[in-house]
Design a protein around this ligand. Structure first.
Ligand SMILES: [Zn+2]
Length: 374
């Protein structure tokens, strides 16, 4: 064996070396393709994720705006006649219309325009309506409190004026209870007033109104009970103010300055006097007008029907005058003229004082504002 013979066939050292390089190149190329494909896949994947996220965001944004619009429509309907400022509802209505127009646009248009501004504007408009509803509810609570306060003041006055005056004590206790419950409702409403809860404000207004009715009814019941005891004649009405008017509530009769009437009926009396003067050339002769409680007490004689018991006379309210100068007798020209003309100026001759009445008193005339019992 020689080395030559033993040498391997002339082959492939080179060929074999060339083949390996190709394989390596091909392998490298495959790896690059794989890498490119992977990169492309990753890019596509993330693009899809981003696009999907953006799409989801836009769709959910539109859905949110859609449900907000539905809620706004409900609010618009439920707030009718329940806002302090109707302009807030008009603004909300316009904003809903604008939002609905936007929601009806094609997707790409919405994408371009965006829905954020519309959402914020709608929120602002609904907030304004809600605030205006609270304003109105508070206003209603305030006026209900005022009404209850007026009823309570009158009730307290009657309660004080009937103390020890012989009327049914159980009626008086009921009035006290109604006044106390009314006071509690007012205290509660003053707390609710500071909040913005519409349901609570509505409930407070209802409670105040209910209590006002209860207080008014209890007050009327007490006044009737006192009337039954103090003013037995059906045409007389008991009034705690009778004979208790302040000087500021009264006005002097200009041609008879010793006498006063309630200030708001003086103009009518003056007008009546002017017409009487034109007819008869003289003033009405005034013999009596407002009487204090004390002077009515002096006049009152239980054995005579002429003067009413204290607390029962329209003289005590400044709403009655006794007239002479011919009027003190029925069927005189002066009396007949007054019968025909007094009412045009707010004065009349009441039924109880008519010739066939309980106490025929031609001289007694009273304002149309005076109450007369049944
Ligand atoms: Zn009189």
């Amino acid at each position: 064996m020689t080395l030559t013979n033993a040498a391997p066939p002339a082959e492939p050292t080179d060929a074999k070396g060339d083949g390996s390089a190709r394989e390596r190149r091909e392998a490298k190329a495959r790896r690059r393709r794989a890498l490119r494909i992977t990169i492309a896949a990753v890019v596509v994947f993330f693009s899809l994720v981003i696009l999907g996220g953006l799409g989801w965001y836009l769709v959910s944004d539109v859905q949110d705006l859609g449900s907000e619009t539905v809620a706004a429509r409900d609010l618009l309907a439920s707030s009718e006649a329940r806002v302090a400022d109707p302009a807030t509802r008009e603004a909300l209505s316009a904003q809903i219309a604008e939002t609905e127009t936007l929601l009806a646009e094609p997707f790409l248009t919405r994408l371009t325009l965006g829905t954020t501004d519309a959402g914020e504007a709608l929120t602002a408009a609904t907030d304004a309506v809600r605030a205006s509803m609270v304003d109105l509810a508070r206003h209603e609570v305030t006026s209900a409190r005022k009404s209850l306060k007026a009823a309570t003041n009158r009730g307290e006055e009657i309660y004080a004026a009937t103390k020890g005056k012989g009327a049914d004590e159980s009626v008086r206790s009921s009035l006290r209870a109604a006044l106390d419950v009314g006071g509690a409702a007012d205290a509660s409403a003053s707390v609710t007033f500071t909040g913005t809860d519409l349901a609570k404000l509505g409930q407070a207004e209802y409670d105040l109104s209910t209590n006002r009715s209860v207080v008014t009814a209890a007050t009327e019941a007490m006044a009737s009970a006192q009337d039954a005891v103090t003013c037995p004649a059906p045409d007389q009405v008991w009034d705690p103010d009778s004979g208790m008017l302040e000087d500021s509530e009264l006005a002097k009769i200009p041609w008879a300055p010793d006498f006063v009437v309630r200030a708001d009926v003086l103009d009518g009396l003056i007008a009546l006097d002017e017409a009487y003067m034109a007819e008869f050339g003289q003033h009405l002769t005034i013999n009596s007008a407002y009487r204090s409680y004390a002077s009515q007490e002096e006049l009152y004689d239980p054995s005579s029907p002429i003067a009413a018991p204290p607390g029962c006379s329209n003289h005590g309210l400044g709403l009655a005058v006794d007239i002479g100068g011919g009027v003190e007798t029925f069927d005189t020209p002066q009396y007949d003229w007054l019968k025909a003309n007094a009412e045009a100026h707010g004065w009349l001759h009441p039924a109880f004082a008519e010739p066939n009445g309980r106490v025929p008193e031609p001289w007694h005339w009273q304002s149309v504002l005076a109450r007369e019992g049944s």
